[in-house]
Design a protein. Structure first.
Length: 276
């Protein structure tokens, strides 16, 4: 999940001149190691319970996770959470968003039931709130819940929740993209591969329409969904091509230990195992 959202200009452009502007810009450019280093430097330089220091720590957590260092990322979220609570309050959307992002990092460590429980709690808190930030937060937490349900093999529940979330979130934006990918994953999990392929194709079209800095966090995700559906349909050469594209892209962007890189590599190995 992402800390940053865009409406016209990027967050980095809107935050020009703030202490976290450079770290945000580096993250949006996909320069995750540099973003992490800059964000940690800003965090260390700020006074205790400084708002920019807290945001910098959040950026550091997101950038660390984007490099596949999921255990370190979760530790950074754990460090940031009490700071956010003190500065913004437990019910503020920024604190709740941090909880949602932290929970979704758990999925990369196989802690799917914990992610489910925390995302459920965040959804409940978000729907009690008002305003567009809370609405987007509810969608983000539902996306994490969809992923957690899929990871536990509860694909029908995941499908129902993804469709509900998409019906409530009509914008053609990165949130719609990840929800569609979650829906495709749930359909693949039910062996409804034609339906999954249709959803993945729609996600592919949406992904291509987004600006570069919004596309980067989902690098390889569309190709991975396509590969899974095509493999389920026994269209092996096409599936292999898409899985290879996903793996190479994830490896270049996130490194070998990122959850998505590992998933693409595992799928490639499965596909190769069926080839003569």
């Amino acid at each position: 999940m992402r800390l940053f959202r865009s409406r016209g200009r990027s967050d980095a452009e809107r935050m020009t001149g703030t202490p976290v502007a450079e770290a945000k810009a580096l993250y949006e450019a996909g320069r995750y190691a540099e973003a992490e280093a800059e964000a940690r430097a800003v965090s260390r330089s700020r006074p205790r319970d400084d708002a920019y220091g807290a945001v910098a720590l959040n950026i550091a957590a997101i950038a660390t996770g984007a490099q596949g260092r999921h255990t370190e990322a979760l530790a950074t979220y754990d460090e940031a959470l009490p700071v956010f609570g003190r500065i913004f309050g437990a019910d503020h959307w920024l604190t709740l968003k941090l909880r949602s992002d932290r929970a979704q990092q758990m999925t990369s460590l196989g802690r799917h039931a914990e992610c489910e429980a925390e995302c459920t709690a965040v959804v409940r808190a978000a729907v009690r709130g008002t305003g567009p930030e809370m609405a987007r937060l509810a969608a983000a937490a539902r996306n994490g819940l969809v992923f957690a349900l899929n990871a536990q093999g509860r694909h029908q529940e995941a499908e129902a929740l993804a469709r509900e979330a998409l019906a409530a979130h009509r914008e053609r934006d990165p949130m719609s993209l990840v929800l569609r990918l979650g829906l495709a994953r749930s359909l693949n999990g039910q062996a409804r591969h034609e339906d999954a392929l249709t959803e993945a194709r729609g996600a592919e079209k949406l992904h291509r329409s987004l600006p570069d800095h919004q596309r980067l966090p989902e690098t390889g995700a569309v190709e991975l969904a396509l590969a899974t559906a095509l493999f389920g349909l026994r269209r092996v050469p096409e599936a292999h091509h898409q899985a290879a594209v996903a793996h190479d892209a994830c490896l270049a962007s996130f490194g070998p230990d990122h959850r998505r890189t590992v998933e693409a590599r595992t799928l490639l190995e499965r596909i190769d195992g069926t080839r003569p």
